[in-house]
Design a protein around this ligand. Structure first.
Ligand code: HEM
Length: 411
């Protein structure tokens, strides 16, 4: 029997004022693998405890990514048109992952530290020209696409446009980011496009121009490397390259922005966090603690390849299984005071990056570095930061983010 704290997890509106943590708490306590009805779908299992999430995520032969990774049902044709290597299982998944991994390794990313720091310092100095402003717009939003642009090898002049398109893709259920709201579309509209978003049509055109060399990309960037390897050994068909491009623009933009935004939100509501950061004692652990609490991609989906049991549930072949990372990250059996930011938390076995699965985030080192360096540069230059009002949140049950946060800063 569901209680009053339960809200419909299939409804984007349930998340428009922030994550319904009380629902996840209730589920973890009472029905950790919960059959969740869906207004416009066949229903899904909600996996909410840390241990069950790890167990399913580590078993891709039973919990497959190859039938879609978001809640929405897809026909086989839609799946094939939209998929990237993220929607495949091993061994197929390994081919692209292996090709991309070196460019995103800890070593490769650490070579960008000086560049990230220069950009972060510029962003902070520019934002501090006024003392009251929207910290998401002026601080959190700026760095991720600048850095992604450099790593992919994209021209700086296109980055503003790419941010808008990335927002429309991943914020496909939020009227502030798109006019084509995914849960209000006609049944068949855009069903062959990534995220069912018309922004993907424009990103497809952009990717096509890259392939035809009508847009000049840096020869050392990841995109050039992918296209070069593709010449020797066909790893991606042209439409797969376009989907892959959309994936990178979506994955590398909002997730890191919302991690930084969550850090700013927490600091702006708890002055002790800023003084703790200023001691410089917590830089090895604080970024992951902010990313745990941010949990920007709240879930990824798997599909059962056979009848199986998970926790208390009997799962049937082809059932959709949603791994709610956002819930696992606040499981009190793993995290002491789970809703509190403890900057020295160590170990911190959060699952924001999908740890424990073969798809764990490729951008993990980049995201950690960006969060750390930006907060280092900011905390050096300010004495206090205070929230002026409540933040606004994305309307989405997939991506969790503080969309705006008005703050007053003292330098
Ligand atoms: C704090 C920031 C980020 C978070 C929370 C995050 C979260 C995730 C998660 C949970 C997954 C696993 C998906 C699954 O299990 O199906 C993933 C995969 C992925 N992420 Fe991230 N991500 C972040 C930043 C980035 C950045 C900066 C990039 C850079 C381009 C990136 C690129 C990718 C890619 C390409 C995959 C697919 C990997 C695969 O399928 O093997 N992410 N991310």
């Amino acid at each position: 029997m569901l209680n009053k704290d339960y809200v419909d997890l299939s409804d984007h509106d349930s998340f428009k004022n922030g994550v319904p943590h009380q629902t996840f708490e209730w589920l973890r306590e009472n029905d950790p693998v919960h059959w969740t009805k869906e207004k416009n779908g066949r229903g899904f299992w909600s996996v909410t405890c840390h241990k069950d999430i790890l167990s399913a995520n580590g078993n891709n032969s039973v919990f497959s990514s190859a039938k879609g990774i978001r809640i929405e049902d897809q026909t086989r044709e839609e799946y094939l048109a939209r998929r990237t290597f993220q929607e495949t299982d091993p061994p197929e998944h390994r081919i692209t992952r292996k090709m991309l991994a070196p460019a995103f390794s800890q070593k490769a990313i650490s070579s960008y530290e000086n560049m990230i720091r220069e950009l972060a310092e510029l962003i902070v100095i520019k934002s501090l020209k006024s003392l009251e402003f929207d910290a998401v717009e002026l601080i959190a939003k700026q760095l991720p696409m600048m850095m992604l642009g450099r790593i992919l090898g994209l021209p700086d002049s296109d980055l503003e446009w790419l941010i808008k398109k990335g927002d429309a893709l991943i914020g496909n259920s939020d009227p502030e980011f798109t006019n084509d709201i995914v849960d209000k579309l006609e049944k068949n509209q855009y069903r062959f496009m990534p995220f069912r978003s018309p922004a993907a049509i424009e990103l497809y055109d952009y990717a096509e121009k890259i392939m035809q060399k009508k847009i000049t990309i840096h020869p050392n960037g990841v995109l050039s490397k992918v296209l070069d390897s593709n010449k020797d050994q066909k790893i991606m068909e042209n439409h797969e390259f376009k989907n892959f491009f959309c994936l990178l623009i979506a994955a590398g933009n909002d997730t890191t922005r919302y991690s930084i935004a969550m850090a700013l939100y927490l600091i702006a509501n708890n002055p002790k966090l800023l003084s703790d950061l200023k001691t410089n004692d917590h830089w090895d652990t604080a970024p992951d603690e902010f990313i745990r609490l941010a949990s920007p991609t709240m879930y990824f989906r798997r599909t059962a390849t056979c009848d199986t049991a998970l926790g208390n549930a009997e799962i049937k072949k082809n059932d959709k299984v949603i791994l709610w990372f956002v819930s696992g990250n606040r499981d009190k059996s793993v995290f002491r005071n789970p809703h509190q930011a403890i900057l020295s938390r160590n170990p911190n076995p959060h699952v924001s990056f999908g740890q424990g699965g073969v798809h764990f985030c490729l951008g993990i080192w980049l995201a950690r570095m960006e969060v750390k360096v930006l907060l280092q540069e900011l905390s050096k230059k300010i004495q206090s930061i205070k929230a002026l009002d409540e933040p606004t949140w994305t309307r989405s049950n997939f991506i969790c983010g503080v969309k705006s946060l008005n703050v007053r800063i003292n330098t």
